[in-house]
Design a protein around this ligand. Structure first.
Ligand SMILES: Cc1cc2nc3c(=O)[nH]c(=O)nc-3n(C[C@H](O)[C@H](O)[C@H](O)COP(=O)(O)O)c2cc1C
Length: 237
Protein backbone atom coordinates (compact mmCIF):
# COMPACT_ATOMS: atom_id res chain seq x y z
CA UNK A 1 0.00 0.00 0.00
CA UNK A 2 0.87 3.67 -0.04
CA UNK A 3 -0.12 5.40 3.19
CA UNK A 4 -0.30 9.19 2.91
CA UNK A 5 0.46 11.11 6.07
CA UNK A 6 -1.61 14.21 6.79
CA UNK A 7 -1.30 13.74 10.53
CA UNK A 8 2.17 14.97 11.35
CA UNK A 9 2.10 18.12 13.52
CA UNK A 10 5.86 18.84 13.46
CA UNK A 11 6.74 22.47 12.71
CA UNK A 12 9.41 21.65 10.17
CA UNK A 13 6.85 19.55 8.26
CA UNK A 14 3.89 21.93 8.56
CA UNK A 15 5.95 24.97 7.52
CA UNK A 16 6.23 23.35 4.12
CA UNK A 17 2.45 22.84 3.91
CA UNK A 18 2.94 19.12 4.46
CA UNK A 19 1.71 16.78 7.21
CA UNK A 20 -1.33 18.11 9.08
CA UNK A 21 -0.92 21.59 7.49
CA UNK A 22 -2.48 20.08 4.40
CA UNK A 23 -5.79 19.83 6.24
CA UNK A 24 -6.09 23.62 5.82
CA UNK A 25 -6.24 23.31 2.05
CA UNK A 26 -9.01 20.96 0.98
CA UNK A 27 -8.54 21.70 -2.73
CA UNK A 28 -4.90 20.65 -2.52
CA UNK A 29 -5.87 17.55 -0.50
CA UNK A 30 -8.23 16.50 -3.26
CA UNK A 31 -5.61 17.07 -5.96
CA UNK A 32 -2.92 15.13 -4.10
CA UNK A 33 -5.17 12.18 -3.31
CA UNK A 34 -6.54 11.96 -6.85
CA UNK A 35 -3.04 12.20 -8.34
CA UNK A 36 -1.61 9.49 -6.10
CA UNK A 37 -4.55 7.12 -6.58
CA UNK A 38 -4.32 7.59 -10.36
CA UNK A 39 -0.55 7.09 -10.45
CA UNK A 40 -0.23 3.75 -8.66
CA UNK A 41 -1.88 0.38 -8.81
CA UNK A 42 -1.62 -0.47 -5.11
CA UNK A 43 -4.19 0.53 -2.47
CA UNK A 44 -3.75 4.08 -1.13
CA UNK A 45 -4.66 4.88 2.48
CA UNK A 46 -4.66 8.17 4.40
CA UNK A 47 -3.94 9.30 7.94
CA UNK A 48 -5.43 12.58 9.17
CA UNK A 49 -6.14 14.51 12.33
CA UNK A 50 -9.62 15.85 13.11
CA UNK A 51 -8.70 19.24 11.63
CA UNK A 52 -6.22 22.09 11.79
CA UNK A 53 -7.54 23.58 15.02
CA UNK A 54 -10.70 23.46 17.11
CA UNK A 55 -12.33 26.20 14.98
CA UNK A 56 -11.47 24.34 11.78
CA UNK A 57 -12.39 20.77 12.50
CA UNK A 58 -12.89 19.64 8.93
CA UNK A 59 -12.17 15.95 9.43
CA UNK A 60 -15.54 14.98 7.96
CA UNK A 61 -15.03 17.07 4.83
CA UNK A 62 -11.54 15.66 4.31
CA UNK A 63 -12.81 12.11 4.87
CA UNK A 64 -15.43 12.57 2.15
CA UNK A 65 -12.83 14.01 -0.21
CA UNK A 66 -10.66 10.98 0.52
CA UNK A 67 -13.44 8.53 -0.15
CA UNK A 68 -14.33 10.30 -3.43
CA UNK A 69 -10.70 10.25 -4.48
CA UNK A 70 -10.47 6.47 -4.08
CA UNK A 71 -8.71 6.22 -0.72
CA UNK A 72 -9.43 2.71 0.59
CA UNK A 73 -8.98 3.20 4.36
CA UNK A 74 -8.73 6.21 6.63
CA UNK A 75 -6.90 6.51 9.96
CA UNK A 76 -7.93 9.36 12.24
CA UNK A 77 -5.95 10.69 15.20
CA UNK A 78 -8.55 12.27 17.48
CA UNK A 79 -6.78 15.59 17.90
CA UNK A 80 -6.41 18.71 15.80
CA UNK A 81 -3.01 19.92 14.63
CA UNK A 82 -3.21 22.73 17.21
CA UNK A 83 -3.76 20.17 20.00
CA UNK A 84 -0.38 18.55 19.21
CA UNK A 85 -0.31 15.76 21.83
CA UNK A 86 -2.06 17.73 24.58
CA UNK A 87 -5.29 16.90 26.34
CA UNK A 88 -7.30 13.79 25.69
CA UNK A 89 -7.99 12.49 22.22
CA UNK A 90 -11.64 13.13 21.41
CA UNK A 91 -13.50 10.29 19.83
CA UNK A 92 -16.75 12.10 18.89
CA UNK A 93 -15.27 13.44 15.67
CA UNK A 94 -13.94 9.99 14.77
CA UNK A 95 -17.46 8.62 15.31
CA UNK A 96 -18.91 11.35 13.07
CA UNK A 97 -16.31 10.60 10.38
CA UNK A 98 -17.12 6.90 10.58
CA UNK A 99 -20.79 7.77 10.02
CA UNK A 100 -20.00 10.03 7.09
CA UNK A 101 -18.06 7.57 4.89
CA UNK A 102 -18.28 3.93 3.95
CA UNK A 103 -14.54 3.14 3.67
CA UNK A 104 -12.95 1.52 6.76
CA UNK A 105 -12.06 4.05 9.47
CA UNK A 106 -9.31 3.34 12.00
CA UNK A 107 -9.38 5.21 15.31
CA UNK A 108 -6.17 6.50 16.89
CA UNK A 109 -5.09 8.40 19.97
CA UNK A 110 -4.36 7.51 23.60
CA UNK A 111 -5.30 3.83 23.34
CA UNK A 112 -3.08 2.24 25.97
CA UNK A 113 -4.90 -0.82 27.32
CA UNK A 114 -7.30 -3.55 26.24
CA UNK A 115 -10.11 -1.81 28.14
CA UNK A 116 -9.45 1.48 26.40
CA UNK A 117 -9.34 -0.29 23.05
CA UNK A 118 -12.78 -1.76 23.67
CA UNK A 119 -14.15 1.59 24.82
CA UNK A 120 -12.77 3.44 21.77
CA UNK A 121 -14.19 0.86 19.37
CA UNK A 122 -17.58 1.25 21.06
CA UNK A 123 -17.43 5.06 21.15
CA UNK A 124 -16.35 5.50 17.53
CA UNK A 125 -17.79 2.48 15.73
CA UNK A 126 -14.40 2.33 14.02
CA UNK A 127 -13.34 -0.69 11.98
CA UNK A 128 -9.94 -0.90 13.62
CA UNK A 129 -7.47 0.84 15.88
CA UNK A 130 -4.00 2.29 15.50
CA UNK A 131 -1.73 2.28 18.52
CA UNK A 132 1.40 4.40 18.70
CA UNK A 133 3.05 5.35 21.95
CA UNK A 134 1.55 2.56 24.05
CA UNK A 135 3.27 0.00 21.83
CA UNK A 136 6.72 1.48 22.38
CA UNK A 137 8.60 -1.13 24.41
CA UNK A 138 5.37 -3.08 24.77
CA UNK A 139 4.62 -4.75 21.44
CA UNK A 140 2.58 -7.46 23.21
CA UNK A 141 -0.18 -4.87 23.70
CA UNK A 142 -1.64 -6.03 20.38
CA UNK A 143 -2.14 -9.62 21.49
CA UNK A 144 -3.43 -8.38 24.85
CA UNK A 145 -6.07 -6.30 23.07
CA UNK A 146 -6.95 -9.05 20.62
CA UNK A 147 -7.37 -11.54 23.48
CA UNK A 148 -9.47 -9.14 25.57
CA UNK A 149 -11.77 -8.25 22.69
CA UNK A 150 -12.25 -11.92 21.87
CA UNK A 151 -12.66 -13.36 25.39
CA UNK A 152 -13.29 -10.45 27.77
CA UNK A 153 -10.32 -11.64 29.81
CA UNK A 154 -7.00 -10.02 30.44
CA UNK A 155 -3.83 -11.93 29.54
CA UNK A 156 -1.17 -12.07 32.26
CA UNK A 157 1.86 -9.81 31.73
CA UNK A 158 4.63 -11.47 29.73
CA UNK A 159 7.30 -13.27 31.77
CA UNK A 160 10.75 -11.72 32.09
CA UNK A 161 12.06 -14.51 29.87
CA UNK A 162 9.64 -13.63 27.13
CA UNK A 163 10.38 -9.90 27.40
CA UNK A 164 14.07 -10.78 27.00
CA UNK A 165 13.38 -12.94 23.96
CA UNK A 166 11.24 -10.30 22.26
CA UNK A 167 13.69 -7.51 23.04
CA UNK A 168 16.69 -9.48 21.70
CA UNK A 169 14.77 -10.29 18.53
CA UNK A 170 13.78 -6.64 18.11
CA UNK A 171 17.37 -5.53 18.74
CA UNK A 172 18.71 -7.90 16.07
CA UNK A 173 16.07 -6.64 13.64
CA UNK A 174 16.95 -2.98 14.33
CA UNK A 175 20.65 -3.71 13.75
CA UNK A 176 19.92 -5.60 10.54
CA UNK A 177 17.51 -3.00 9.18
CA UNK A 178 19.31 0.24 10.09
CA UNK A 179 22.90 -1.04 9.96
CA UNK A 180 25.67 -0.91 12.54
CA UNK A 181 25.76 2.86 13.08
CA UNK A 182 22.13 4.01 12.95
CA UNK A 183 20.94 0.66 14.31
CA UNK A 184 22.93 1.10 17.50
CA UNK A 185 21.62 4.65 17.97
CA UNK A 186 18.00 3.82 17.28
CA UNK A 187 18.16 0.75 19.54
CA UNK A 188 18.92 2.97 22.57
CA UNK A 189 15.43 4.47 22.79
CA UNK A 190 13.73 1.12 22.17
CA UNK A 191 15.73 -0.68 24.86
CA UNK A 192 14.95 2.14 27.23
CA UNK A 193 11.20 1.80 26.54
CA UNK A 194 11.26 -1.97 27.13
CA UNK A 195 13.09 -1.68 30.43
CA UNK A 196 11.43 1.49 31.71
CA UNK A 197 9.28 -0.28 34.31
CA UNK A 198 11.97 -2.68 35.57
CA UNK A 199 14.07 -1.99 38.67
CA UNK A 200 17.57 -0.74 37.88
CA UNK A 201 16.57 0.52 34.43
CA UNK A 202 17.90 4.04 34.92
CA UNK A 203 21.41 2.93 35.87
CA UNK A 204 21.39 0.38 33.07
CA UNK A 205 20.35 2.97 30.50
CA UNK A 206 23.16 5.35 31.44
CA UNK A 207 25.83 2.79 30.64
CA UNK A 208 23.94 1.12 27.76
CA UNK A 209 23.75 4.45 25.93
CA UNK A 210 27.54 4.66 25.91
CA UNK A 211 27.94 1.36 24.05
CA UNK A 212 28.63 1.77 20.36
CA UNK A 213 28.60 -1.71 18.87
CA UNK A 214 25.80 -4.11 18.07
CA UNK A 215 27.53 -6.99 19.87
CA UNK A 216 28.06 -4.98 23.03
CA UNK A 217 24.39 -3.97 23.05
CA UNK A 218 23.20 -7.58 22.74
CA UNK A 219 25.60 -8.83 25.42
CA UNK A 220 24.62 -6.03 27.73
CA UNK A 221 20.90 -6.72 27.43
CA UNK A 222 21.54 -10.43 28.09
CA UNK A 223 23.48 -9.53 31.23
CA UNK A 224 20.70 -7.24 32.45
CA UNK A 225 18.19 -10.06 32.21
CA UNK A 226 20.51 -12.76 33.50
CA UNK A 227 20.99 -10.82 36.77
CA UNK A 228 17.24 -10.58 37.15
CA UNK A 229 16.60 -14.23 36.31
CA UNK A 230 19.16 -15.15 38.98
CA UNK A 231 17.36 -12.95 41.48
CA UNK A 232 14.20 -14.88 40.79
CA UNK A 233 12.34 -11.91 39.31
CA UNK A 234 9.73 -13.50 37.10
CA UNK A 235 7.18 -11.13 35.75
CA UNK A 236 7.56 -7.81 33.99
CA UNK A 237 5.39 -4.90 35.05
C1 LIG B 1 7.69 10.12 18.08
C2 LIG B 1 6.42 10.18 17.28
C3 LIG B 1 6.48 10.33 15.89
C4 LIG B 1 5.32 10.39 15.13
N1 LIG B 1 5.39 10.54 13.76
C5 LIG B 1 4.25 10.59 13.04
C6 LIG B 1 4.27 10.71 11.63
O1 LIG B 1 5.34 10.79 11.01
N2 LIG B 1 3.10 10.74 10.97
C7 LIG B 1 1.90 10.65 11.61
O2 LIG B 1 0.86 10.67 10.95
N3 LIG B 1 1.85 10.54 12.94
C8 LIG B 1 2.99 10.49 13.65
N4 LIG B 1 2.92 10.36 15.00
C9 LIG B 1 1.61 10.31 15.63
C10 LIG B 1 1.17 8.89 15.90
O3 LIG B 1 1.11 8.14 14.72
C11 LIG B 1 -0.21 8.88 16.55
O4 LIG B 1 -1.14 9.45 15.67
C12 LIG B 1 -0.23 9.66 17.84
O5 LIG B 1 0.94 9.40 18.62
C13 LIG B 1 -1.47 9.33 18.65
O6 LIG B 1 -1.56 7.95 18.88
P1 LIG B 1 -1.05 7.28 20.25
O7 LIG B 1 -1.76 7.99 21.36
O8 LIG B 1 -1.45 5.84 20.12
O9 LIG B 1 0.44 7.45 20.31
C14 LIG B 1 4.07 10.31 15.77
C15 LIG B 1 4.02 10.15 17.17
C16 LIG B 1 5.16 10.10 17.93
C17 LIG B 1 5.05 9.95 19.44
Amino acid sequence: IIDINMGCPAKKVCNKAAGSALLKDEVLVREILQAVVAAVNVPVTLKIRTGWDRENKNGIAVAKIAEDAGIVALAVHGRTRADLYMGEAEYDTIAAIKQAVSIPVLANGDIDSPQKAKAVLAATGADGLLIGRAAQGRPWIFREIEHYLRTGEQLPAPSLLEVERILLEHLAALHAFYGDVMGVRIARKHVSWYLATLPGAREFRAQFNRLDSTDAQCTNVREFFSERHNNGEGVAA
